[in-house]
Write a protein that binds this ligand. Structure first.
Ligand SMILES: *[C@@H]1O[C@H](CO)[C@@H](O)[C@H](O)[C@H]1NC(C)=O
Ligand SMILES: *[C@@H]1O[C@H](CO)[C@@H](O)[C@H](O)[C@H]1NC(C)=O
Ligand SMILES: *[C@@H]1O[C@H](CO)[C@@H](O)[C@H](O)[C@H]1NC(C)=O
Ligand SMILES: *[C@@H]1O[C@H](CO)[C@@H](O)[C@H](O)[C@H]1NC(C)=O
Ligand SMILES: *[C@@H]1O[C@H](CO)[C@@H](O)[C@H](O)[C@H]1NC(C)=O
Ligand SMILES: [Zn+2]
Length: 316
């Protein structure tokens, strides 16, 4: 009996250490991450990500566009796209680094990955005046003075992440094609596919790189280390509905052999308070207006015009 109990216990423990965090089950979802990863607990003095970017932003004219070295080149060799069960990650090899724009040093680019919603929900991690975009892409860079990620996670400014909102339109985005066409090959957790390198700048909002928000936050996945300088671009990039669907309806959080195939969707962490942190808007970023958003104002104006028009029509 005792032996059986111990056996069962070890099976439970093993299963737990294997599948340590998730987004869709109460015992391992973002609100429970702190149980296994103490630094994921949102304590009062902590600075976690993501956050809502709102009208409390401070304009900072010293925040000019970042130097994205090597982003406009087609590098040699191969990149690797992998389904890690929590996201799809593209490891990009050497040759790219990020600096300037108020960053304290040079950061070398190691990978990018995505967060998404579902067919019926938006899934960006940051929200822009409470608007959640369909997806968000993260380009992860580690300070070049660190030999590896482990040591960068010990440095309060060890990591710089570029966050890019992804919106959906009817137009196909050719620049996303090397990734979206490889998605079926990494449908299941653990699968990997090589990708021919392409200029990374193609995935960015190319005409609006001077418009961004900056704040000090954390990784949005365990161990939630509070060592990230965030650059969240204001203007989204666009992909087609068909390309979006390959993420939300084609990627599983489970292995191919698993008894149940579970779709990976809504893989974003909840919004955290800023607790008095400074959140800056770059020199060229448009400040969000206080209170009623301009979009809401525009809608109100439309309704008013419609009412006036109807009233006029009635009088005549
Ligand atoms: C790539 O960007 C650098 C600046 O980062 C610039 O000097 C260079 O001319 C660009 N090269 C191409 C091919 O656009
Ligand atoms: C503007 O941003 C820079 C770089 O992050 C920072 O050092 C500086 O303190 C900020 N300026 C103000 C007025 O907060
Ligand atoms: C979801 O994203 C769309 C844009 O693609 C936007 O129009 C809509 O308002 C968003 N929904 C929410 C709840 O933020
Ligand atoms: C990472 O770098 C640190 C500092 O140089 C080193 O002590 C450590 O062994 C490295 N860890 C790994 C996993 O390579
Ligand atoms: C993006 O940049 C272009 C060129 O500078 C500008 O005309 C446009 O208004 C910007 N878009 C947004 C949404 O700010
Ligand atoms: Zn991320």
């Amino acid at each position: 009996m005792m032996l059986l109990l111990m056996l069962m216990l070890s099976v439970v423990l093993l299963a737990h250490s294997d599948d340590d965090f998730c987004y869709d089950e109460e015992h391992c979802d973002p609100y429970a991450w702190g149980d296994n990863y103490p630094s994921c607990h949102p304590l009062l003095d902590s600075h976690h990500s993501p956050i809502n970017l709102d009208h409390q932003l401070m304009k900072n004219d010293s925040l000019d566009s970042l130097n994205l070295e090597g982003f406009n080149l087609t590098h040699k060799g191969q990149w690797w796209l992998t389904n890690q069960g929590h996201s799809v990650v593209l490891e990009v090899g050497n040759g790219m680094q990020v600096s300037g724009g108020g960053l304290p040093g040079t950061y070398r680019t190691i990978q990018l990955h995505f967060h998404w919603g579902s067919v019926s929900s938006n899934g960006s991690e940051h929200t822009l005046d409470h608007l959640r975009f369909p997806m968000e892409m993260h380009i992860v860079n580690i300070k070049s003075t660190h030999p590896n990620l482990t040591s960068a996670l010990e440095d309060p400014t060890g990591i710089a992440v570029l966050g890019i909102f992804v919106d959906v339109t009817y137009l196909h985005n050719e620049n996303f094609q090397s990734i979206s066409s490889a998605l079926p090959s990494v449908a299941y957790k653990g699968q990997t596919k090589s990708i021919r390198p392409f200029p990374l700048v193609n995935l960015l909002p190319q005409n609006n790189l001077t418009q961004y928000y900056r704040y000090h936050g954390s990784l949005t996945t365990p161990p939630c280390s509070q060592v990230v300088l965030w650059t969240v671009y204001e203007v989204p990039v666009y992909i087609s509905w068909a390309q979006f669907e390959q993420f939300v309806s084609g990627i599983y959080s489970t292995e191919e052999e698993a008894a149940n195939h579970v779709l990976l969707h809504d893989n974003y962490r909840h919004i955290h308070p800023t607790y008095g942190r400074s959140v800056y808007a770059s020199k060229d970023a448009k400040l969000l207006t206080n209170g009623v958003s301009s979009l809401a104002l525009l809608n109100l104006l439309n309704v008013l015009l419609l009412l006036i028009f109807k009233h006029l029509a009635f009088c005549i």
